[in-house]
Design a protein around this ligand. Structure first.
Ligand code: FPP
Length: 262
């Protein structure tokens, strides 16, 4: 059922084979921007008789692995869904755990991310986050703002519809203030009002965890993104699985609404 990833997870116990896989993947086009919906942490933990929090902790480990391998491959942007505008509906205990976890991860990983040239960019409605998280987030963005090896967008209290509403509101204001005219409203202007302003749209979205939906993530930006869904839970999605998904992506023909190349 799990297809290529399932096989990939059993393979490559020795490093030389893994290096071969990297070389193979590097021979073809590497996606510039990859987005992730990190789903399945809770079920991963439950299957092991562990609390859901253990699943989120295991999820952080995988995210770190993905950032590392992405840098090695030359991927320029990663956007990852850490907390949605809807996730506030979860039990208070879990929300509190997640907020503490975000704070801890930013604190512990910031220097390493900075040394590796990663630019941390938080996308989402920052105002509602607890002060501790807000502080760490601002610190991380400020500290890494001049880095350009890899941009790591972390979606925190993020919702795709809210993001579009915000952009449209700003455009409406410019219109009322006569700074722009109706004809100026185009795709570029709407994109400029999004958190991902100046960034290319994702080439590839990966959603582990078995659900086949977008869940209010990057609604505007995913218009022509290649989608990859797998039943593997996020904490089981390792770098080998990631390379296998990129190989699948490299087989696809992206037409952006046009016709097949002759
Ligand atoms: C979805 O799985 C996962 C989340 C809501 C949280 C993801 C967050 C992390 C992995 C931490 C990342 C940390 C930083 C600093 C970016 P789920 O709980 O919905 O799983 P389930 O569907 O199995 O219940």
């Amino acid at each position: 059922m799990w297809g290529i990833i399932d096989k990939a997870l059993d393979k490559f116990k020795d490093n030389s084979t893994f290096e071969d896989l990297i070389l193979e993947v590097k021979k073809k086009e590497i996606p510039t921007h990859v987005a992730f919906i990190m789903d399945g942490n809770g079920r991963w933990a439950k299957r092991r008789g562990l609390p859901r929090s253990a699943g989120h902790q295991a999820g952080v480990k995988i995210l770190k692995e993905i950032v590392k391998i992405s840098k090695e491959l030359g991927i320029k942007y990663i956007t990852t869904y850490a907390f949605s505008t809807e996730n506030w509906k979860r039990p208070e205990k879990e929300v509190n755990f997640l907020m503490k976890l975000f704070e801890k991860v930013f604190l512990e990983e910031l220097e390493k991310l900075n040394q590796e040239g990663v630019k941390v960019n938080i996308i989402g409605y920052k105002e509602r986050l607890p002060q501790g998280v807000k502080d760490k987030v601002e610190q991380a963005m400020e500290r890494t703002k001049n880095n350009d090896t890899l941009v790591l967008n972390i979606a925190l209290d993020y919702g795709g519809r809210s993001e579009i509403i915000e952009s449209v509101r700003n455009i409406g204001k410019s219109l009322i203030d006569s700074e722009i005219s109706l004809e100026d409203i185009d795709e570029k202007l709407i994109s400029q009002g999004l958190y991902t302003n100046q960034q290319p749209d994702p080439d590839l979205l990966i959603r582990p965890g078995g659900e086949k939906r977008i869940s209010n993530f990057l609604l505007w930006q995913l218009a022509y993104t290649e989608l990859y869904f797998t039943d593997v839970y996020w904490p089981d999605f390792n770098k080998v699985a990631f390379l296998e998904v990129i190989k699948d992506y490299q087989q696809r023909e992206r037409r952006f609404g046009g016709l097949k190349k002759k």
